[in-house]
Design a protein around this ligand. Structure first.
Ligand SMILES: Cc1cc2nc3c(=O)[nH]c(=O)nc-3n(C[C@H](O)[C@H](O)[C@H](O)COP(=O)(O)OP(=O)(O)OC[C@H]3O[C@@H](n4cnc5c(N)ncnc54)[C@H](O)[C@@H]3O)c2cc1C
Length: 315
């Protein structure tokens, strides 16, 4: 089942490769990940006629397979049957409790009903992010946090500016202040000529900072005036700090050719060499680092003829 799904995804990606859909989808996924802080905080709601079961199941799988807890959705329903289990009995009232750090994702093939639009507005006012998958419902789109006009950041068109307020971590800023972060993918070739031209590089960073300030200000009026310090990091920054090839923050991208397959952790002809980390696990990230470490330790034990056993008492 999982193999079939992966090959379908790859086929679809190949078909869409020449369009902007892949990048737009990636941007949307990034927004969902960064706007939702905790498992269950992604509130998925459809219309009374069409509940997004399919998407809920996919997100649930995705969350489980990638270990990204905040992608685990809560399906919000209009009239769950009385005997439905608790996780399928969440009603529209849950939207009234939506708060900052949670996301309301409205999926509406037809027009979203007035009651839902009102609840989405209320959720937005209390600080939740509202996202929409629709077929041109202007009322719904006006509630969603998607940008009215796509912007260009380092040569790429973006429909979203994902923002994360780190105010929950007092170690990041003095009392009463906070760090607000935002990020997007950009291409190394865009930056390469700028790296050799310091004034142009600095001007590009300033342009990006201004763009973010302006976009965030539109959603949170007064935001720009409170900024004390801004820092823009580029792929070149990541290359300098991490030594990573082309500043890649999470190793290899998924591509139709690589899919989600792991790469070998050994090299032919190089004995006693084992590799762990993001460069053998496309998609990278800290979970990939841990998982590859565990797998490689098993491989080393196997090659050495030692029985691998997890020490439950450790750490
Ligand atoms: C800005 C930023 C934000 C990120 N945010 C997230 C996030 O929110 N969630 C998430 O899951 N992931 C995030 N990542 C990605 C995550 O940090 C990486 O995928 C992960 O750290 C990769 O782990 P690794 O062990 O493969 O490599 P690294 O952590 O890069 O470790 C490699 C180590 O090898 C050392 N090294 C390199 N060459 C040599 C050598 N020749 N000899 C000896 N030592 C060497 C390096 O100094 C380094 O310490 C982020 C990355 C960046 C840059």
């Amino acid at each position: 089942m999982s193999t079939m799904d992966a090959s379908r995804v790859l086929l679809l990606r190949e078909l869409l490769a020449s369009t902007s859909w892949v990048e737009r989808t990636r941007g949307f996924a990034r927004t969902m990940r960064s706007s939702t802080h905790d498992p269950g905080g992604l509130l998925l709601v459809g219309t009374p006629d069409e509940e997004p079961w399919h998407l809920a199941a996919h997100l649930d799988d995705e969350s489980r397979l990638t270990g990204i807890g905040q992608l685990k959705p809560t399906l919000v329903r209009y009239q769950p049957p009385a005997d439905a289990p608790p996780h399928l009995s969440v009603t529209l009232q849950r939207l009234e409790a939506a708060r900052r750090g949670e996301t309301v994702l409205v999926v509406a093939e037809t027009q979203a009903p007035e009651g839902l639009l009102q609840r989405a507005w209320d959720a937005r006012r209390t600080g939740a992010t509202v996202l929409a998958l629709d077929t041109g419902d202007h009322e719904l789109e006006s509630v969603a946090h998607e940008l009215e006009e796509p912007v260009e950041i380092a040569g790429r068109r973006q429909s979203y500016v994902a923002v994360k307020n780190y105010c929950y971590d007092p170690s990041l800023a003095p009392p009463g202040k906070s760090v607000v972060g935002s990020g997007t993918s950009t291409d190394w070739p865009y930056w390469e000529p700028l790296i050799a031209d310091r004034p142009a590089y600095e001007a590009e960073k300033e342009k990006i900072a201004t763009l973010y300030r302006e976009q965030i200000e539109r959603f949170y009026p007064g935001f720009a005036a409170t900024i004390e310090m801004t820092d823009v990091a580029t792929p070149w920054t990541f290359a300098r700090y991490t030594g990573n090839w082309k500043g890649s923050m999470e190793g290899w991208l998924y591509t139709p050719a690589t899919g989600i397959k792991q790469l070998p952790c050994v090299l032919p002809g190089l004995g006693s060499f084992y590799m762990v980390g993001q460069w053998i696990s496309p998609g990278g990230g800290l979970p990939a680092g841990l998982m590859t470490g565990r797998n490689v330790s098993k491989r080393i034990a196997r090659d050495a003829g030692i029985r691998w056993k997890l020490d439950q008492g450790a750490g």
